[in-house]
Structure formats: C-alpha cells, structure tokens
Design a protein around this ligand. Sequence first.
Ligand code: FEO
Ligand code: CA
Ligand code: CA
Ligand code: CA
Length: 825
Amino acid sequence: MTDQTDLSLGYTDGDIDTNNTGAISLNSLVDQRLSRRQTLRSGASAAAVAVFGGTVLTACDEATTSSDAPPTVTAGSSGATTAGRMVTLTGTASDNGTVGAVAWAQIGGPTVTLSSPNANTTTFLAPSVAEPTTLTFRFTAADENAQTTSATTTVTVSPAVLGFTAVPKNRNDIVTVPEGYTVTVMTALGDPLAAGVPAFRNDGSDTDYANRIGDHGDALYWYGLSSSGTRDDNSSTRGLLVQNHENLNVQYLHPAGPTAPGGVRPEAEAIKEIEAHGVSVTEYRRTNGAWAYVQDSAFNRRITPNTPTVLHGPVRGTSWVVTAYSPTGVAGRGTINNCANGHTPWGTNLTCEENWAGYFRRSGDDALRSAKELTSLRRYGVTSSSGNYLWSTVTPADASSTIFRKWDARATAGTPTSDFRNEPFQYGWVVEHDPYDKNAAPRKRTALGRMGHEGAWLSRAEAGKKLAVYMGDDSRGEYFYKYVSNASWDAADATSANRLAMGDKYLDQGTLHVARFNADGTGQWLPLTFGQVPNRPAAGADPEYVFADQADILVNARLAADAVGATGMDRPEWTATNMVNGEVYLTLTNNNATVRPLNGTNAANPRHYNDPKGTSAQRGNPNGHIIRIRENGDDPAAAGFTWDIYLFGAGSDLDPNNINVSGLTAGNDFSSPDGIWFSRPTNPAGLVNPVLWIQTDDGAYTDVTNNQMLAAMPGRVGDGGARTITNTGANGATATQATRVGKPATDATVKRFLIGPVECEITGVDSTPDGRTLFVGIQHPGEDGTPAAPTSNWPANQNGAAPAGTRPRSAVVAITKNDGGVIAL
Ligand code: FEO
Ligand code: CA
Ligand code: CA
Ligand code: CA
C-alpha cells in the first residue's frame, strides 16, 4: 500500500513522534481509511491489553506486510467491568523501523474521557449504565513512514455494584477504610480559617474560635467553586465545605477543663465555648491529586451563636420572638446545636437546630409565665435550672453586652423587650445561609416549624411540582414532618443570583405536615394548618392548649402534631431522598423501654427486645431501624404514602426472627443509624440504583465495634412484605407486632465501609460531584477522656503514633480510591 494520501492529511515530514496533534490526525487518518475500505487492515496483528481490576486480557489480529512493514500493534480483547470503576487500556506497538505516534480512540458506546489518549496506556472511568453496555476502543500506531495499524477492543460495562471488601468490626483508634482507599485529614477542631490566625496548639490555650473550625463537626456538604471563584456545581477540585458544629468536648477546650469559680464561668472560657458552636464554611482544593484546605480563603466563614440572623416566615414579627435584642421580633443572634442539614437546588445550605433547649437557664419563673407558655416550655424541655455550660453566669467586661445574658430565659418583672424570656422561641428552626456570600445574614425559616430539628432534606426538584422538605424531630417518641412549598419548582431559579430570595420563595410560604403511619403499610401527611388542628388535649401537668394562629402552631409544632394524632417514632434522625425514584428514607436511631414499653410498639416502630451489653440490659429498640416512604403518585406534595422498614440495626448474633430481622452478617451488622445520605446523581454511585450511606451514633454495640459507616444498595418500598414480630419484655413477657419489612440485606447489598476512632460518632457525609472523593465527619473522638488522660489521640495518629497525651479533635476526612475510581464501586 502507499500512504501518500494519508501523508497529505497531516504528516508531511514524517516526524510524527513530536507532533502533539498526531493522535487526532492519526485517528482521522484511520477514519479515512475505514470509510474507504469499510474495514480495518484485515489480519492486522493487534493484541490489545485491557486491565480490569488487575485482570489482563489479550487478543490478536494479524497485519499484512510490505517492503516497509507497517507497525504491529496489540490492543486488547473484550473485557468486563462495572460502572464507576477505573479501566486501563494498554496497547503495544512494534515496527521494523520506528514506532511513531500512538493513539487510543473510542469508537462505540457511551462516551468516556480517556486519560492519556496519546499514550500506550490510558484509563477511563466506566460510565453509569442501566444494563450491560459495550464500549469499543481503537488503538492505532504509526511508523516513520506514517503507515498505521489499528486494533480494537471492547469493554462491557454492567450496572454499578458495591465493589470493596467489607471492613471488619474493630475498636482501633483510627479511621479504617477498605483496602485500596486512602484517608486524608482535611480540617479539624481549631484549624485557623483566616490569615494571621495562629496554628492550633491543641493544649487548651487556643482562642478566637470565631476564626477557627468549631467543635463536634456534624453534617457537611460540598459547594463547588470554579477556578475563578464562582459557584460551580460541577467542580470536584475546588469548593466550599460547609459543616455544622453541634456541641463540645468541653474538657479539651481549656488547659485543664472548664472552670466555674464560685459558680460563675470566666468570660474567656465561655466565649470560646460559644464560638466553637455553629457552622463553618471552608475552602477545599485538590491540587495534583492532593487535598488541602485554604486557610486564607476569602470565602471562609464562621457562623456562631453570636452571628446576626433574620427571622422569616409566619413567626417573624410576632410576640413569640420579641426580645431585648429585637423588640420587633424580626431578628436574632446565631444558631446553636447545628446537627444535620439540607441543601437547596438554588445553592444554599440548611442548618438545623437540634438540642438547643438545654442551653437555656429557665426554671423558677413559672409565676411570670402564662399557662400556654409553660405548656410550650415543658413540651420542648426548656426547663434547665442552669443551662448547658452556665454561660448566663458570665459577667462580661463590656457591661452592655447581652451575648451571655441571652442564655438566661427566665422571665423578669419587666416586659419581653427587657429580658430574654422569649430567646428559646428564637431557636429550634431550620436556618438557611448562602455559602457563597459570607456577608449575608442567615435566615430562620419559621414556616418549617420549630422542633429538635435533626435535618431538612429536600425532595427531588421537578419542574411544575412543589418542593417538599423532610424533617426528623430527634427525641424519643417525636415525629416525622414534611413541609410543602406553595410555589411549584421553576428550574430557572436554580441559577438565580439572589439565592436567599429563592429561599424566601420556596421556604417562607407553604404547609407543614406530620406523618401518621398506618398498620397496613400506608400513611398520611396531616397538615398543621390553623383552623384544621384541634386543641391539644390536657396532658400531665399541662392544661388543654388552644392554638391562636399559624405562628402559634409553628412555634409549637410538637403540640400541634400531638393534637392531630401523629405517630410517635423511635427518635427520628436524618432523612435522605433517592434522587432516582424519589423515595425518602428516615433513620430511627433507637428507643428505650421507659419511653416505649413492650405494649408501646406500633407498626412503624415494631421491635421491643433486650440486647444486653455486658451485664446491663438494653431494652426497647436499642439498635434502631431505617424506615422509607414512597409518596402517592411519586408526588412530593402527596397527602399520603406507602412505607416499609428498609433495614433493622442488630448484632448479627441476635435472634433472626424477631431482632436481626434484616439478616445482617458480620460484614454489615450495625446499631443506631443516624446519618443517612444517597450518593449524588452526578456520578455512577448516585444513578440507576444509588448508593445509600448509613452512619452510626451508637452506644449499644460499642463493646464490639467503634461507630461506623456502611454503603448499601437498597431496593424499593414494598420489595419485602408483611411480617409479625414477637417482642420480649422484662420477666419474659411477650407481645406480637405486625409490620412491613423490606427485602433482607445481603453481603452484596449492605457493606461496612468505614470504622471510626475510639468514642467517636460518624456524622456528616458528601462527595465531590464526580464521586471520586468522599468527605466524612468524625465527631467527638475520645469524648470520655480528660485533658490529662485523653482516650483517643485521633486524628494526630491517623498515619502513625502521636505524642502521648495528644488531645483528640473532631475532623473531616477526605477518602479517595487509590486507582481514582468512584468511592464504593
Ligand atoms: Fe444531633 Fe440527633 O443527632
Ligand atoms: Ca515500518
Ligand atoms: Ca445526628
Ligand atoms: Ca447524634
């Protein structure tokens, strides 16, 4: 053959080795030939090598020869893999003269990106597929006379599976992940968030937590940034990590723990503790594969309990929230006990106030409170005689400051504008903030109701449909709520420049509902709308409660939910939405026999048993479960739903009929699910059959293993069936409870992915949009230790021994797969 025609297409000097455009020309050259001949050079010697997870596959073709023989190439035989895994294609080329340019090109199947198309070896990420799908690739080499030979190989990609080896249970003081994965500690308690803030000494002497990472990192979420520093939802290498800071390991914040001489807290100690709560926004960057945070980023922000906030929605400006700080009841200061979260399609973050009630000093003012106020305060547990950490005892150097006094919620002889009797009504809300605008005041969205908010996860945003927000109220026997927006979703709002105004549109006007679960596997959303909610009957010391208006219902959502007959649950924690089918999952972390005795079960909270820990009985539902719902018509605004229990926590050694109902094994048994999250739908882990991540906050199984995170691939509501459980109480008493359970777990559908260090809880999870980095929060390692004798040294010991006595720190870790594939697949 002659290559004159081919030379005219781009190779005029034969110097293809150094022609950087050679690969493209080489492929177009081959395409020309294929179009002319409708075939590859028949019999070309072409063995390609494709590597799939370590397996080398080969195949051969034959090449013809001429006086100057064209190259001989090898390119690979068909192979198989699954979505989200890295595939390596290796071609070889030899020639009687000199091998010139080589190139890989894709010629069939869903388009993938080849990492280095001009090299013998290239890689790509197997795309998401719903059924086995063949991708075809061609390897081409040229010689010094621009003669080319090509060979093809195919890769058949099957739907994603959980592709890692389950981590065995352990109690090590380290984050353990599967083989083939790497842990990078990103940000930990005390890390400085501005230029000039000293490095964290971690000896209790550090100050200025308003410019440091807070304590007890909880829920987190990634907000992408473009290289020029603008919002970019697709960025996986630069972004803002937004994290909640729920509470304190207070003993480690001070040189020798907190002090209160004469029962009074020193101002300097209290300010550190206050500022270590709230929310952090921290820029993260991945440079040449390595993750690090950016200390001096202009985006870094701390929201603390002192940050000015604005009240929005029906409670704004009502007498409920009038304080000495805001006589008109429209503003407040800060947010506290920020637990789980939510994010909106318009790019904001929802941070949720959970166990806020205990921070207030309140008891002793009954004579100055109305009967309604007292009912409300009791129902929400605003009953402390001191308030957590005794902050209200501080006498500030600046006598005009009320940042400590506001934690004293006792009514005085004055008026509501002269004291902070109403400050507890300013908390218990879902708070929206804009991670991209550090100067914008967070907005408390009162239309979503006041409770011990765990999280606030949105439904799928579907054009023309309303948005729903699913929320757990985390206390024993509390309820599961859904807010439905009045406005229907307009996709153009996702890119609005005024993000908080989109929050005003969707989160200030709508209807709060609470769930009732029926025994037949159906359920209703009961609207908490003034005029439809009956009086809440007298209960215990509380007289009948008569609602005055919608603000009254929202401030006292628990009372309204009592009144309509909602189903009490086993501590409703996080919610998660499966973005493929719209189903919503809710963790129910545990319950005890005091709140829910043997005869107190219901179909949605069906177990009552003993899981002894050492010699201590743990009765009730100590291991928790995960319930899921499917809205009728798959409509977020539906008035009803169907449900089943997806998964029951249990040790794998427990009774398979009545306790370990999901059939957990040594590779996936767990207790007390709390965090729950579906992989993002922007990568193979979040498509087709999305991966569900389950995080534990457990005290019942910690004699066997530290807290953990599992990856799962659930089915759908209704994939199991009806089941009757025989429960056992003290003294051998039994009772039966009918329920609805999902398909049992298997080692392939639920796998333990991570174990945390000593005395931690695992909480907070998100990934980069490409799914190739997973961020996980490790909260309160060593929580039972002392400054003199810490019980954990993590994270200082993650990559080797830490100096004796090193204090533990809550931290975020980035987990990457060593071969660059999607996490878990
Ligand atoms: Fe803050 Fe219910 O966990
Ligand atoms: Ca040759
Ligand atoms: Ca939690
Ligand atoms: Ca928790």
